[in-house]
Design a protein around this ligand. Structure first.
Ligand SMILES: [Zn+2]
Length: 312
């Protein structure tokens, strides 16, 4: 059986990070957001070098910016999959009304179809805050997979602490707390129960759930940002455990932000104060990602999530 490595990238613009950190912002103008203008450009070039067909989770509203739309078209032409990351990227989508949730999914879908002419078959909710109702909505719209579960207790605790701190400082985050039951979910791809999506039910008709990659046992995240904590040697050390655990689908999640550094954004230094991974320069990031992709290519086939779940 082929083991698939799905490189997935959430195309969150700097606007999303300003929302997390309670900073003010305007919508990007014609020059586009640095995550698209610089980040997506570098990402496409890197993936081309390593023959990676990736899955890009798109925020629908970005298709209204001509430069963003052009980059997405380029990505689609290069064989990457465009998945639905909702229309407006509301971190508290899970708490909003049924109508608003439906509309966020449907409008996100329409935006992607307007770029590539096909409806998406995969969904990722903003900020990992997924609920049974959101996945049920995707199921009834014919989605083949959801990739929103991040069953990582250390991340959950850190996020809660940071949000409480921001509230104390009078700069409340627009992020939201992930339902804690999701922390109980399996760490490898599974079919979830309809009402308790954190539990596996092999007979379920629900879309396949593909969680973010974690170091098994200790459940430390293996995502774009945490790769810097491991470094090249650390990644080599955990890789055998990843290969044993993720013998079907490994989901390595990046964000568009992982492909830029502070020098790429006009308010980069202000953002880097709260988003420290921006302080790592692009050449260093590129070297690390190249190493990771090279290692992964020894035992995995790079596939879009759509291909990995067997959708033709
Ligand atoms: Zn996002």
């Amino acid at each position: 059986m082929t083991a698939h490595a799905c490189i997935t990238v959430d195309l969150d613009t700097l606007q999303c990070y300003r929302d997390i950190h309670g900073l003010n912002h305007d919508m990007p103008g014609h020059e586009g957001d640095p995550t698209y203008r610089v980040g997506v450009e570098r990402m496409l070039e890197l993936f081309d070098e390593y023959d990676v067909e990736a899955t890009l989770f798109v925020i629908g509203r970005d298709t209204n910016v001509p430069l963003h739309q052009r980059k997405l078209k380029e990505a689609d032409d290069a064989g990457h999959e465009l998945g639905n990351h909702t229309y407006s990227h509301h971190y508290d989508l899970a708490d909003r009304s049924r109508e608003e949730q439906q509309s966020e999914i449907a409008r996100g879908e329409g935006a992607i179809a307007s770029v590539c002419g096909r409806r998406p078959v995969g969904f990722r909710t903003p900020g990992y805050n997924v609920t049974p109702r959101l996945v049920q909505m995707c199921a009834s719209r014919g989605y083949h997979y959801d990739s929103s579960i991040f069953p990582c207790p250390p991340y959950w605790v850190a996020k809660r602490a940071i949000m409480a701190w921001q509230k104390l400082r009078g700069r409340p985050s627009r992020s939201a707390i992930t339902p804690p039951k999701n922390l109980l979910a399996p760490i490898t791809a599974y079919h979830p129960e309809r009402e308790r999506i954190w539990r596996e039910d092999p007979t379920s008709e629900m879309p396949l759930e593909i969680p973010m990659c974690l170091v098994p046992g200790v459940r430390i995240p293996v995502i774009g940002t945490s790769l810097h904590l491991f470094g090249e040697a650390g990644f080599d050390w955990i890789l055998p455990a990843l290969e044993r655990t993720y013998d079907r689908i490994l989901n390595l999640e990046f964000h568009a932000l992982d492909f830029i550094d502070a020098s790429d954004a006009p308010d980069g230094n202000q953002l880097a104060a709260v988003q420290p991974d921006l302080r790592v320069g692009w050449p260093k990031k590129r070297a690390l990602y190249s190493h990771v992709l090279e290692r992964l290519s020894d035992s995995y086939q790079f596939s879009t999530m759509r291909d990995a779940v067997g959708v033709v």
